[in-house]
Every structure is written in C-alpha cells, then in structure tokens.
Design a protein around this ligand. Structure first.
Ligand code: ZN
Length: 635
C-alpha cells in the first residue's frame, strides 16, 4: 500500500514523490528512445512502467489538490497536476518515441499486449504525432488555448453569483432552517443568490411565483454575455483541431474512442430517446399543468420557473412521501456500514477497517478499509465523506493508485459532502452510485497493463455500473438490512414503494430535458453557430417539452459544454445500458450473489481489456438493447 506521510510531512512528501515519478517517467522514455529492446513485449513493458509512474504522479496530485486541508499543499498539488499534464502532452507529440512504438513487430504479441499497442498508437495519432512539424506546432498551440479558454469559462461561471432581494413574507414555503440562515438586512429585505444551496430550495419550495421566476431567470443568465464569446472561441479551437487531424467535425473526433463511434450516431441516439420518452413526458407534464391550474386557472403552459415547484407538490400531494420522515431511517454511520455489508455480500468482498495510525490519511474524517477477496488483499479504499473548508464540493471517485499486477495494488477514494447526522435518501443513492465507481476501480485493478486498469473503459460506459448500483438503494429488502430509525424500527416496505413511485414521476420529461442538453452539446460542435441563444431556442422547442424563458442564455453557465464537449449524451447512453445490465438480476432477490459474481468477473474485473459492448454481451449472453430502458420508462 502507498505509505502516506505524517500530518506535517505532506508538502515535502508530495513534492518529492511527485517529482520522482515524473523524473522516472522521463528516464524510462529516454532509455526507450536511446536503446529500444528488440522484443516488442519488452518495449511495451517499459512503456507500461513509464505510464504507471506518470499516472501515479497525476492521480495523487489531482486527489490531493481537491481534498487536502492545507491550502499550500493543495496549491503544490495543482502545480504537480500541471507538470504531469505538460509531460503527457510532450510525450503525445514525441515523434522519436512514436517511431519506436510504431516500428514494433506485433506478430508475436498476446491479445492483451496487441490491444495495448493498438490503443497506444491510436492515442499518438489522435495527438497528431504523425503530422508535419507546422501542424504539430499548431496542435500544441490549440491545446494550450483550449486549456486557457476552459479555465476562463469555469471561472466566469464560478465568480458570477447573481441574486434577488425579497421581502420576508416572500419566503413562505421555505424550510425553517433555511430562513434562519438568511437574516433580514437593514433595508428589510433578504438576499437569495443563484448558488445551489439557495436556488435549489427556492425554486422547489418558495410559494411566491414572481420571486421564483425572477431568481430562475437570473440563474439562467449566469456568465452572460462573457461566456458566449468564450464558447465561440472554444468551439472554433475544437473545429480547427478536428480539421487538422482529418475529421469532419469535433463530434466525430471525440466519438471515435467511445462506444458510440461516430457523431452521426449521437444524433440518432438523441432522436431515439426523444421518441421513446415522448408519451411519458407529455403525460407527466399534463399532471403538472393541471396542478398549476388549481393556482392559476388561465395557465396554458408551464415552464422551468414553475416545474420544480409543482413537481414537488405533485410528489407530496399525490404520492404521500414525507422527506422529513424518510431521513429518520438513514443515520450516516448505519448507512456507511450498510453499504459495505450490501456490496461485500454481493461481490464476495470483505472490507477491513484500517486504523488511523496505520492509514495516515490527509484528514481524520477519512475512513480506510483494506479490500480482501477469498482471504487475499486486493486493494484499499478511503471514504472521505463529510464537507470541510477548501474541499471539493461535489461527489466523485478519485484514483489514488491504479492497480498493476505484481507492482502495485489499486487504491481509490470517495470524496463526498454528506451531513454527519441523518441523510436524505437522495444522498444514500449518490453514495451507492459513487461506490459503484470505487468498486469498479478496485476490481478492475488487477491488470498487467496500466492502460486497462480500473475504470478504463470507454467514457460513455463509465456511468453504467454506478447507475446500476443505485437500484440497490431503492430496494425495500436491501434497505431493510440497515435503514432503522432511532427507535430501531425498520423502514416500512410500503414507504419505500411510495418513494419509488414519487421518484418515477417526471422521468419522461427529465429524459426530454436531457436530450435537449445533449442536442445542444452536439449541435454547437458540428455547425458554426452565429447566434447561440437563437439556436438554443430552436433546439429547446424541438427536444424539451418546456418552453424557453425570454431573455435567458443557459449555454453560458452550462459547464458540461466544456467538460463533455459534444458528448453530453453519455449519461443517458450509460443509463440505457445500466437498465439492460440490471435486467439480468432477479428483482425479488437483489442479494442473490450468483448473477452479481458473474457481473463482477465479466464486466468490472475486466477493466479496459475489451470493448465495453463485448463485456456487456459476455455478461448478458447477447448484445445490449433499448428494451429494458423502454420498459422502465413505461413503468
Ligand atoms: Zn458517476
């Protein structure tokens, strides 16, 4: 296991270990270029070592930059992230290194090594290493510009917090603890901002329709107009990048290494989901509109300034789910232990707590466990689940060490922000989801080649194992194993059934909203779009079931236009596969370990050794289909 430093030693340890790994990477590459072994496998082994060292520096740096309690350690880690990225870009454009790998005689290689070589050469070609010098120089420039534009795009979103000022009586409907945290100012008004902890409860609970509309409108204009120009530049950089490498569009370039393969297939997928979800979307929208008319009899349509509020009312009035009651069954400690028990039973794993003195992590909140299978230790996990200053604000799994057989065991980290007391059921679902990534990282971490270690499958498959594991957090028998209130009473099965019903409401129009986002992310990457807002309006009319709100520009704060690029469809794509994977399980006994073990061995444990479609087909005994997803939509 990776030996972490004592409390005071982080800064020096990080710098030294990070530096050493980067130096080791360069040394291995230099040796490879100077005197490449004659044997193809031996060359790949050295390349594997270099990639392992570079990955070790990058993983550690990226984790520590997000979680360490001391700002100077986080800053040092950020620097290390940049150094590792720069070295990675340099290697990708290193013509001499490419020549060594491209000249190998692959005829004697086994299937795994052959795949490593193919994937490696593909990575090099996608970096542009085989282009002329001027093209390579331009590609490097474009990469640098893209990084700067992406940082500017995020910064404009992060720093543009907007707000409204309301009278105290306009807060009717808001939870009491929220009202207490928002005192009235000297002028008698209360400030409500566009940050999530304000805007989410306000659009869900505030009775005052005009105030809701005002806040939602501000929320949908964050980073306007600054980011409109940034996006135009970013799309232009991507267009040129794809064109230089000989692709018709950025979407084609990006899709090539995903399950979906081509840009055109993205369009087909979006249209297919749009058609599948249409009836359900209209039905649920009609329920919302009917409920709205009880308050506003002349309403003819409903838009997103009202959707969240009326969806919550429908769930409460028509499905009788009281979120305040639900949370009493989910005290944090019991949920964490329950999650370990459930997944241990399913996947045949044991989680053995490691004492803090031995684990020596970055913070006392972190719980560390060694993972054993059939008595053999196969990895280590760290659960860092509560908020603190300067820590990453969302929920995600981070790699600490990627497993390489005989060299290093996998170590993974969950970074979340849950309360220490009672959890919302949504948070329990999130915990199961993120744990799905962690289990994938550990079980997929027994690989000879680091290229295939852990969550190393195509990017549009990555969410499927996690989306599937969410199902266990919605199952009455699974929850009964750990969800008890303070009096020791188990969560009633009929309450879980009501929760599921309430959750099902709105999934059709949610799918259509997702397809609107996916269409936007795809469309702006295949056409030059002079007016982004005008195009957004057209796409919203075609894909979403809710109308556009005048004078809004949501593209400017749609962060995924940067991170996902043309591939926002991936979340829904993974969900289609997750529903199909889940169809192999016996819904009346989710604890049945037989199917789970097969899934463990044929999908998770394979890492990136085979294409995701082949892993899925191997598990299901047939290629994946849309049937399970369609059935779920109709349920
Ligand atoms: Zn996820």
């Amino acid at each position: 296991m990776l030996a972490l430093p004592d409390r005071s030693g982080w800064l020096g340890w990080l710098a030294e270990r990070g530096e050493a790994q980067l130096v080791e990477t360069s040394r291995l590459v230099d040796d490879l270029k100077a005197e490449p072994p004659a044997d193809a496998r031996a060359v790949l082994r050295i390349w594997n070592e270099a990639q392992t060292a570079l990955g070790n520096a990058a993983s550690m740096a990226s984790l520590i930059s997000e979680v360490h309690p001391e700002p100077e350690v986080r800053e040092r880690a950020e620097k290390l992230v940049q150094d590792a990225q720069k070295l990675d870009t340099d290697l990708g454009l290193d013509t001499q290194l490419y020549a060594v790998l491209a000249d190998l005689d692959a005829s004697g290689l086994d299937p795994d090594a052959t795949r490593v070589l193919e994937r490696t050469l593909r990575d090099f070609r996608r970096s542009g290493v085989d282009r002329d010098e001027a093209t390579r120089a331009r590609l490097r420039e474009l990469s640098e510009q893209a990084i700067l534009l992406s940082q500017e795009f995020s910064k404009n979103i992060r720093e543009d917090v907007r707000s409204i000022r309301v009278r105290p009586e306009q807060l009717v409907g808001m939870p009491q603890d929220w009202i207490e945290a928002h005192p009235v100012g000297d002028d008698g008004l209360v400030t409500v901002t566009t940050d999530y902890p304000d805007v989410i409860p306000f659009r869900t609970f505030a009775h005052d329709a005009a105030a809701r509309r005002e806040l939602v409108t501000r929320f949908l204009t964050i980073a306007w107009p600054a980011n409109d120009a940034v996006l135009q530049q970013l799309f232009a950089v991507r267009r040129e990048h794809a064109a230089l490498l000989g692709y018709a569009t950025w979407a084609d370039y990006d899709a090539e290494v995903k399950m979906i393969r081509t840009g055109g297939a993205i369009e087909q997928f979006i249209d297919r989901i749009t058609a599948l979800s249409g009836e359900r979307a209209e039905r649920d929208k009609a329920v919302l509109l009917e409920r709205l008319r009880q308050d506003r009899p002349d309403a003819t349509d409903i838009d997103t300034a009202d959707v969240t509020y009326y969806a919550e009312l429908v769930r409460k009035e028509q499905h009788a789910v009281d979120a305040q009651l639900v949370r009493t069954y989910f005290p944090f400690e019991a949920v964490r232990q329950g999650l370990l028990d459930v997944t241990g039973r399913l996947f045949g794993l044991e989680w053995q707590a490691v004492a803090r003195a031995e684990a020596r992590t970055w913070h006392e909140d972190v719980a560390t466990y060694d993972v054993t299978r059939d008595g053999e230790r196969i990895g280590r996990i760290h659960l860092d689940l509560h908020p603190r200053d300067g820590k990453y604000k969302h929920a995600a799994q981070f790699d600490l060490v990627r497993g390489v057989r005989g060299v290093q065991l996998p170590e993974g980290v969950l970074v979340c922000n849950f309360a220490r007391g009672l959890m919302e059921h949504d948070e329990v679902v999130t915990l199961f989801h993120e744990f799905g990534h962690l289990v994938h990282h550990v079980l997929g971490g027994e690989q000879e080649w680091v290229r295939f270690s852990g969550v190393a499958t195509e990017w549009d498959f990555v969410e499927a194992p996690s989306q599937m594991l969410e199902e266990w957090a919605w199952d009455a028998a699974v929850l009964a194993a750990f969800a008890h209130d303070a009096a020791g009473e188990t969560i009633p099965a009929d309450l879980v059934a009501a929760m599921r019903e309430a959750q099902d409401f709105g999934k059709g129009y949610d799918a259509r909203t997702q397809m609107f986002y996916a269409a936007l992310s795809y469309d702006v990457h295949i056409h030059q779009t002079p007016n982004l807002t005008a195009r957004l309006r057209e796409l919203m009319a075609r894909y979403s079931v809710f109308p556009y709100i005048e004078d809004t520009h949501m593209q400017c704060a749609f962060g995924h236009l940067d991170g996902y690029g043309s591939a926002y469809y991936t979340y829904m794509w993974s969900l289609v596969i997750a529903k199909d994977l889940f169809s192999a399980f016996d819904r009346t006994d989710l604890f049945d370990p037989e199917v789970a073990r097969r899934y463990r061995d044929r999908v998770l444990a394979q890492g990136g050794r085979r294409d995701a479609a082949d892993l899925v087909a191997d598990f299901l005994g047939r290629p994946y289909t849309f049937d399970a997803y369609a059935a779920w939509l109709a349920e």
